[in-house]
Design a protein around this ligand. Structure first.
Ligand code: SAH
Ligand code: SF4
Ligand code: F3S
Length: 485
């Protein structure tokens, strides 16, 4: 699979009813909407998150927090009294895109005069008050480090204020009241922020310093999820495998990442544990051993290399060489032979020569990733690389990106073909969106697979891979899912 996610696309399709932790029932109704017949109903809120999985999960938490405050979810923007766009700033035109999105949404105010529109998250944190000037339809701006105060901001907005809050706040713990989009698979944040300061990356400036949630709080959250019927958890962090390393920070001192994996895996009812994103510098023996030892931990590792030339990695401040990356991957593959290795790459970083780019192509050929996410470099405010400008012309970036993707497509096709005939354990998710009367699930290596059944959502089934359909695996049940929980 080759992916080029456009985090800023318009994705306003209804996503189904969220699952709410029932231990957190609404405490009070903050706002109500008055109708012409004198009746009133709860104010409705539409939350849409752009960007990384951490942002997607934070969107679930934001919504959970607002439902807890008495709001009702609107499934589309035009049914909302409050629209919250939880933004991503990682690549170019982020500001421009959200400003034009706000302009588009502000037209809804003609019909819904009380509608309030706001930005939260990374663009809000990075650009703050200036956004109010750029987007006249905007009512509030709440940075990623201030989202915990969103309910109080909304009270001020309801009173007619335009509010900007980008001051530091607490971690968005909010009990466990996330409004989750899925009922089988859940995200659980374990590390907030990032301390790595890669020279191209805005994340440390929008998210702040690394902070690990206490292991006991994480395990408690996972227990609650298992009790609600969730079967799979994905632990989230920008450098998730750094958990427990920061002195006085992540974890509780004695709990490192392999130990956290063990504690989460031990929770009754949790059958699969995943984690993203890993940093190559923290792929040590302990983590590899944990992946071997713990049957719940899936054979999947998102381990961004970013570039294949040491000179580029140095300028990117990544802290490892290509040889070091390769030797860690070699150890991982020796211990976990079926592991699906996934990477991110940036092409067109300032000063990237054709020779350096070819080293990236060589690395992709040598490492044979299951999939990659590849991006054209764009300078970001606050970062060290910003001062080097953006000297690689757009057509060169586009051409390099295309060469990288062509190489990866071939490798992914070969990888797919090698899976035909193999047995795969699948967690059944439900009806296939692609093939009528078929089911769909994911392998332990995070591959989607379509099959005719029989099986029930939430079951694990063993499937034989019989073919490939437009990049997606196709299979049939090889062992009736009787061993299934
Ligand atoms: N924490 C993760 C990455 C988070 S950002 C890690 O360290 O690997 C997700 C991806 O966006 C990065 O891996 C990188 O490939 C890409 N990215 C980040 N900043 C970028 C920029 N300025 N231009 C282009 N791509 C960028
Ligand atoms: Fe950004 Fe680097 Fe931190 Fe990843 S590790 S979030 S690329 S600074
Ligand atoms: Fe984007 Fe912020 Fe995530 S910049 S990638 S939403 S941490």
């Amino acid at each position: 699979m080759v992916c080029q996610p456009d985090c800023s696309g318009r994705l306003f399709e209804p996503m189904g009813q969220p699952t709410i932790d029932r231990r957190f029932t609404p405490r009070f109704v903050l706002m109500s909407t008055c109708h012409s017949d004198g009746s009133s109903s709860k104010a409705t809120v539409f939350v849409h998150a752009f960007g990384c999985q951490m942002n997607a999960h934070e969107g679930e938490r934001l919504l959970g927090m607002l439902l807890d405050e008495g709001y009702q979810e609107a499934l589309t923007p035009d049914a909302a009294d409050v629209i919250v766009l939880h933004t991503c700033a990682v690549r170019e035109h982020a500001v421009h895109k959200v400003v034009s999105e706000v302009g588009r949404l502000a037209r809804l105010k003609n019909a819904r005069t009380m509608l309030k529109i706001g930005l939260t998250g990374c663009v809000a944190q990075s650009d703050g008050a200036s956004l109010l000037g750029m987007a006249p339809g905007l009512d509030f701006v709440v940075g990623s480090r201030a989202v915990v105060r969103l309910p109080s901001v909304l009270r001020r907005v309801a009173a007619g204020e335009r509010v900007v809050d980008v001051a530091d706040g607490e971690y968005l713990e909010l009990g466990l009241a996330a409004a989750r989009r899925d009922s089988l698979r859940a995200y659980v944040t374990v590390i907030e922020g990032c301390d790595k300061f890669c020279s191209f990356c805005i994340v440390p400036y929008t998210r702040g310093r690394e902070y690990g949630r206490p292991a006991s709080v994480i395990v408690e959250e996972v227990r609650g999820l298992a009790a609600e019927g969730f079967r799979e958890v994905t632990l989230l962090g920008q450098t998730v495998n750094a958990y427990g390393r920061k002195e006085g920070g992540a974890g509780e001192g004695e709990v490192d990442f392999p130990e956290l994996l063990a504690r989460v895996s031990a929770v009754d009812g949790i059958e699969r544990v995943r984690f993203v994103t890993s940093h190559p510098n923290y792929l040590g023996e302990g983590l590899i051993e944990a992946m071997v030892r713990l049957p719940e931990v899936c054979e999947y590792m998102h381990l961004p290399l970013q570039a294949g030339a040491d000179s580029l990695l140095k300028r990117m401040n990544r802290g490892y060489t290509v040889a070091e990356y390769m030797s860690r991957v070699e150890r991982l593959r020796a211990a976990v032979p079926d592991v699906a290795l996934v990477s991110d790459f940036i092409v067109g970083f300032p000063g990237e020569s054709e020779r350096e780019f070819r080293a990236t192509l060589d690395a992709v050929e040598a490492l044979r990733f299951a999939s990659i996410f590849a991006f054209k470099y764009s300078p970001r405010p606050h970062t060290r690389a910003e001062r080097w400008g953006d000297p690689i012309p757009e057509p060169v970036k586009a051409e390099r990106l295309e060469r990288l993707l062509v190489a990866q497509r071939r490798i992914a096709d070969e990888h797919n073909q090698s899976l035909i005939g193999t047995l795969q354990e699948v967690l059944v998710e439900g009806e296939s969106s692609r093939a009528p009367a078929h089911l769909e699930g994911r392998t332990r290596t995070q591959r989607r697979i379509i099959f005719p059944g029989p099986a029930q959502p939430g079951q694990r089934a063993t499937l034989r891979v019989t073919g490939i359909d437009r990049g997606r695996l196709v299979g049939r049940v090889a062992a009736t899912p009787s061993h299934v929980a």
